[in-house]
Ligand binder design. Structure first.
Ligand SMILES: [Zn+2]
Length: 170
């Protein structure tokens, strides 16, 4: 089964004017409250009215899981409540059977997403690479892809590709 790709936007995504026209875009109410500049507010208002961006809140169990992960990884001190909500929303969406990609320029958020195996992309800056080693593997034929490969389906057999953590090669 091929999953539906959806984007999860944090405030840097919205301020950067990012949303996908092809796939659904989600954000949380706390992110909306964080948007203060007029240009971003106008962009956001029209995206909400046109149904390009949908507001969704994370499930409580996913907020709890995020708290566990960031306590262990040490990212807890660098993440705001809004950041945690965005990460938890991505987990909720994944549990709903979709394939979330978080749009964020925040390196701490990106690091936590790497740990929990959720994809992300940057709006303005280039994302961090290789904090942990990752590889992508096809669920069907087990073909390996580099971790920065953007394919979500295998080019050989069409099965979903998943990310696997590997020991980093120095
Ligand atoms: Zn394959």
């Amino acid at each position: 089964m091929v999953k539906n790709k959806v984007y999860v936007l944090d405030s840097s995504g919205i301020i950067g004017g990012f949303f996908s026209k092809k796939f659904a875009n989600f954000t949380t109410s706390q992110v909306i409250n964080e948007i203060k500049d007029l240009k971003s507010e106008i962009f956001l208002q029209s995206a909400l009215e046109n149904g390009h961006i949908t507001i969704k809140e994370p499930a409580p169990q996913d907020s709890k899981q995020v708290k566990r992960v960031i306590t262990e990884s040490g990212d807890i001190l660098r993440l705001s409540d809004v950041d945690k909500q965005v990460i938890a929303l991505a987990l909720t969406i994944k549990r709903d059977g979709m394939d979330p990609i978080v749009v964020t320029d925040d390196y701490s958020i990106q690091n936590v997403l790497k740990i929990i195996g959720i994809s992300y992309r940057s709006v303005l800056t280039k994302g961090i690479e290789n904090i942990v080693g990752w590889i992508k593997i096809c669920k069907g034929c087990k073909k390996k892809y580099p971790s920065n490969n953007s394919l979500t389906e295998c080019e050989i057999c069409g099965s979903p590709i998943y990310r696997k953590r590997i020991k980093k090669i120095e």
